[in-house]
Design a protein around this ligand. Structure first.
Ligand code: GAP
Length: 605
């Protein structure tokens, strides 16, 4: 669980993201919409860089993977075949008190005293009469109510007792009063719905009554008097709301797919879904891509694109969103029997095994490890160090593994709010292709010329979330250190230490002074020299130190300053040289203007 320090860090990160234009709430001017996010100028560049690097490493730098860009809305049968229509759901609970909705498996267990109520009534009219009787002078009616008060502590029972005594009286006036009260009690609003609330140790029962009053008030009982109060200690339960303590409903399954209608008629035949993953389009197009790309198994098809899940509880900033992007690869391999037939045996994974070059003897297990290693190396290459990443093997015993999956390993990142999944790498067997073959009636078999046999290929699926990765990169990059201000006094500097490969802006160009046209003109020339090769930000306003700080916060790894030396005012040896400042070390060196493109390109590639 995230502690106060981690929460404080997340608050700083969220605030910087908004202030500097990495990430904004979607539809902010209308109060936002939960689970949807927009990327501002810097965020959009960062995201683009990440996707391009993934695409390049998956397709352009390999011979055995090709790309696909499929539509978001597909034939609804796809989701029947994949199992999403029937099983892509989360258990959902509603809070009876605050009415918030949660995922049942995300409720934190709590202990305390549970106060339960059988229902509530609106006793205002009866209470008014009783109060007048009790506060009037001594009378037989007052005697009856005082006796009832002594005998029966529970209000409902007490009224019944008093009305019975009034009706049994020989005094006609008292009988009339009994009839009037009996009729009021019958006519009053009454709700017999049970409610309970869990109070942490040490909390007064009054707050439980207040919660119960509010609950019954919401159900139409204006002056709600909850009745049948019972209190009991409860140990480690997930039946109560973590926010307000009220009882939760029983869990119900909630399908996470966003539904829509294709065409003008909203009937069951035109129902379609926004894809909850990009993977299924790859399976559905497997045969078509195979034919046009002339690939041979083992080979892969990859895709980057939007996915949508109507998450019950979007949380942890962009970590769990309702609209997000995935980068998925479906890598098709020979079934182990075919590998054995061809190679004589199937290589199993062993510790220290060389996974750098695929071999014909590899079975699914080694391919799975291979992709795990490839993906980890990729994360290292974009600046996430090994110590921030870990691998979690899903367990069948704990019911974490999908029934068809042979294995699944999650690559996790240490977010400030806990260690969480960035990417899942699953060995899915032939489940998906076999399902589409069954549901579409079209063969998904592949004829392996080398093995002289037909089969439905098996699949290894590395599936990463772009937005989660962006969040991981932002969290990892955020740092604070001390740097001298304009007067040389130390001040806290916020620096986004992005790896130059992913940094939204690669270099900032500054003329030392804005009011010296010759400096400005030269700086603009340098900007134009670099622009065809790198993302450049040109800034001429404010003191140079402030301009450096602004770029530190944006994560720009290099700054180039054009000063009087550049113009040759201090001598010919420094003419056409600039100061190159490095973001992290703040070190400055003098370099030739003409060398800048090659020098910087080498550093950001
Ligand atoms: N095709 C397999 C698949 O979709 P998944 O584990 O459900 O598997 C893969 O999703 C990745 O997509 C996750 O590791 C995560 O990075 C990202 N992802 C899933 N749900 C997400 C959500 N609600 N918000 C942001 N990213 C999400």
């Amino acid at each position: 669980m995230a502690g106060p320090k981690a929460n404080e860090l997340m608050e700083k990160i969220v605030s910087l993201c908004k202030r500097r234009g990495f990430i904004f709430q979607s539809s902010e001017i209308y109060g936002g919409i939960n689970g949807f996010w927009d990327y501002g100028p810097l965020g959009a560049e960062l995201k683009r860089n990440v996707k391009e690097l993934w695409w390049r490493s998956m397709t352009q730098l390999r011979e055995d993977v090709v790309g696909l860009e499929a539509s978001i809305i597909m034939h609804p049968k796809i989701w029947e075949a994949s199992g999403h229509t029937s099983t892509f759901s989360d258990p959902m609970v509603d809070c009876l008190g605050c009415r918030k909705r949660f995922r049942a498996d995300q409720i934190e267990p709590r202990s305390g005293t549970a106060y339960s109520y059988g229902g509530a009534t609106d006793n205002a009219a009866v209470e008014l009469i009783v109060s007048r009787i009790l506060h009037g002078g001594p009378s037989p009616a007052r005697q009856i109510f005082e006796d009832a008060l002594r005998q029966e502590p529970e209000e409902e029972q007490r009224y019944k007792l008093a009305v019975g005594a009034l009706l049994n009286s020989s005094d006609a006036g008292l009988v009339r009063l009994g009839e009037e009260m009996g009729s009021l009690l019958q006519k009053r609003v009454r709700v017999d719905e049970p409610f309970s609330v869990l109070l942490p140790p040490g909390k007064q029962a009054d707050s439980a009554r207040k919660a119960a009053k509010q609950f019954y008030h919401q159900r139409g009982v204006s002056n709600a008097k909850p009745f049948g109060e019972r209190a009991g200690n409860v140990e480690i339960t997930t039946r109560y709301c973590n926010e307000c303590g009220s009882l939760l409903t029983e869990p119900r399954q909630f399908n996470l797919m966003f539904k829509t209608y294709v065409g003008p008629v909203e009937d069951p035949d035109s129902v379609a879904y926004l894809r909850p993953e990009t993977a299924q389009a790859i399976f559905a197009q497997f045969k078509t891509v195979l034919e046009v790309s002339r690939q041979k198994v083992p080979f892969g098809i990859c895709q980057i694109g939007k996915a949508f899940r109507n998450e019950i509880n979007p949380r942890n900033y962009t970590f769990r969103s309702r609209e997000f992007e995935q980068m998925e690869l479906e890598f098709f391999i020979r079934p182990d029997e075919v590998v054995e037939k061809l190679a004589g045996s199937v290589a199993k994974h062993s510790e220290g095994m060389d996974l750098s070059t695929p071999r014909p003897t590899w079975g699914w297990e080694v391919w799975h490890r291979y992709w795990m290693e490839q993906r980890l190396n990729w994360y290292y290459s974009i600046g996430l160090p090994a110590k921030s990443l870990s691998c979690y093997w899903q367990s069948r015993e704990k019911n974490e593994l999908a029934h068809y999956a042979k294995a699944c390993v999650d690559i996790q990142f240490d977010f400030p709010f806990g260690t969480q999944e960035l990417e899942g790498i699953a060995a899915r067997g032939d489940f998906d292709l076999a399902q589409h073959q069954k549901f579409s009636g079209k063969s998904m078999e592949y004829f392996d010329e080398e093995a002289r046999t037909k089969y439905v290929p098996h699949v290894i699926e590395p599936s990463a979330g772009v937005d989660r990765l962006i969040l991981a990169l932002i969290c990892h990059a955020y740092s604070e250190d001390q740097a001298p201000d304009e007067k040389g006094n130390p001040e806290t500097r916020v620096v986004m230490r992005f790896h130059p490969r992913v940094a939204p802006v690669k270099v900032a160009v500054f003329p030392l002074l804005k009011n010296r046209p010759e400096l400005v003109q030269k700086a603009r020339q340098v900007r134009d020299l670099l622009r065809p090769h790198l993302t450049v930000f040109y800034d001429e306003t404010g003191a140079i130190g402030r301009r450096y700080r602004r770029q530190d916060e944006a994560g720009t790894p290099f700054g180039v300053t054009i000063d009087f030396d550049t113009l040759g005012e201090k001598g010919p040896e420094l003419k056409e040289t600039v100061t190159l400042r490095e973001r992290d070390s703040m070190k400055q060196e003098r370099v030739k203007t003409a060398d800048l493109p090659s020098l910087l390109l080498e550093k950001v590639r």
